[in-house]
Design a protein around this ligand. Structure first.
Ligand SMILES: *Cc1c(COP(=O)(O)O)cnc(C)c1O
Ligand code: SF4
Length: 358
């Protein structure tokens, strides 16, 4: 059993995808079963046995459960919902590429994930089809990147690229590495959180051949910081890959300073650098996860100065309609004129900084 448990292909093949299977793992009332069945018509479910094992079966508001198990609230439309909240269709010059910023692009290589997060931004596309990018589509996307010499940074995303086999992934990475102006290759993946056994020596040995490679992962709650996840993160960092983390601010999961602090400090201990804290976006069926923006600003304000700058992500709103990520935060500048700037420190005490004359 142990051997299979540690085999990512077993974890992937044995994902919980039906109400029947979920019932075997968690006690579910009749009503919950019917509700989940209703949700599955809109957005699929898949939970690795590993991630399911982190759920406290007796807590209906368990933070792991809330990220993995469908809620009937997903089927209730919210007036603010958008089908393509980040305007990615608009910014896609060729299929599988999103080119919004001058020097970097997203390359979407698969719509498959090992666990379908209930709060997913790309839920419009993710999980629709399990097939990875075709060779023809990959060649078109690579040609686009090759023809645009301003692109120095390619972010391989999806779906989750690490659900692909290592040879398949290497095929994509080596094609990008062959382009002179591509300086950095990044991978966005939730695998260290939901299927950490995927981080094998075979994978890290392949990746380290194509440095500089960077990885961003997606931990949302301190309960996800298990020994298995820590081992996966250590293996990535030990391969010389800087590892960042993107957290989504989620109501009822991590929308308070205490939980966020435990998450961020736990990540730093695992040598994972908190990168972004995202305001939950306007994807359909995730309205129940959205907090007010003040909540995020207040959490960041409470943490700033009290914990190391290394543990602090940048709080951003990915602007609806394709405006990109915009940082938001508490304003520490109380006053600013020609002569001086008056600043507030983390304890709320004011300090003057005299400005040099022009
Ligand atoms: C987030 C994002 C990137 C990467 O942005 P960084 O701030 O460099 O991490 C690139 N393209 C798109 C469309 C994005 O949404
Ligand atoms: S891993 Fe990422 S792309 Fe996949 S469901 Fe979760 S948030 Fe969406």
């Amino acid at each position: 059993m142990e051997e299979r448990w540690n085999d990512w292909k077993w974890q992937f093949a044995n994902r919980i995808t039906t109400v029947e299977q979920l019932r075997a793992a968690l006690p579910l009332s009749r009503k919950e079963q019917a509700d989940i069945e209703t949700c599955l018509g809109a957005f699929r479910m898949a939970i690795t046995p590993y991630y399911a094992s982190l759920i406290d079966p007796n807590d209906p508001h368990d933070p792991v459960r809330m990220q993995a198990v469908p809620s009937i609230l997903e089927t209730r439309p919210d007036a603010n919902d958008l089908a393509d909240p980040l305007g990615e269709v608009e910014d896609s010059p060729v299929p599988h590429i999103v080119h919004r910023y001058p020097d970097r692009v997203l390359l979407l290589v698969t719509m498959q994930c090992s666990m379908y997060c209930r709060h997913c931004t790309r839920r419009r596309a993710v999980g629709e089809e399990d097939r990875a990018i075709t060779e023809a589509a990959l060649q078109k996307a690579v040609s686009y990147i090759r023809a645009h010499t301003d692109i120095r940074d390619v972010l391989i995303s999806g779906g989750d690229p690490l659900t692909m086999g290592t040879p398949q992934l290497e095929h994509i990475i080596s094609a990008l590495r062959a382009i002179d102006h591509v300086e950095i290759i990044r991978i966005g993946t939730r695998v260290p959180v939901v299927m950490p056994m995927r981080i094998t020596a075979e994978l890290t040995d392949m990746l380290r051949k194509y440095h500089p490679i960077w990885i961003n992962t997606h931990f949302n709650h301190p309960r996800e910081l298990t020994p298995e996840a820590a081992r996966a993160c250590a293996a990535i960092v030990d391969a010389g890959i800087p590892l960042g983390n993107q957290t989504v601010l989620l109501k009822g999961i991590n929308d308070n300073a205490e939980t966020m602090k435990r998450l961020l400090l736990g990540l730093v201990k695992m040598r994972v650098r908190p990168y972004y804290l995202y305001q939950c976006d306007l994807s359909c069926g995730i309205g129940h996860f959205r907090t007010r923006v003040e909540t995020g600003i207040e959490i960041m304000h409470q943490l700033t100065g009290n914990i190391s700058g290394y543990a602090l992500p940048k709080y951003v709103i990915d602007a609806p309609g394709g405006g990109g990520k915009i940082p938001v935060g508490y304003d520490y500048v109380l006053k600013k004129d020609d002569r001086e700037v008056v600043l507030e420190n983390y304890k709320g005490i004011a300090y003057r900084y005299p400005q040099p004359k022009d």
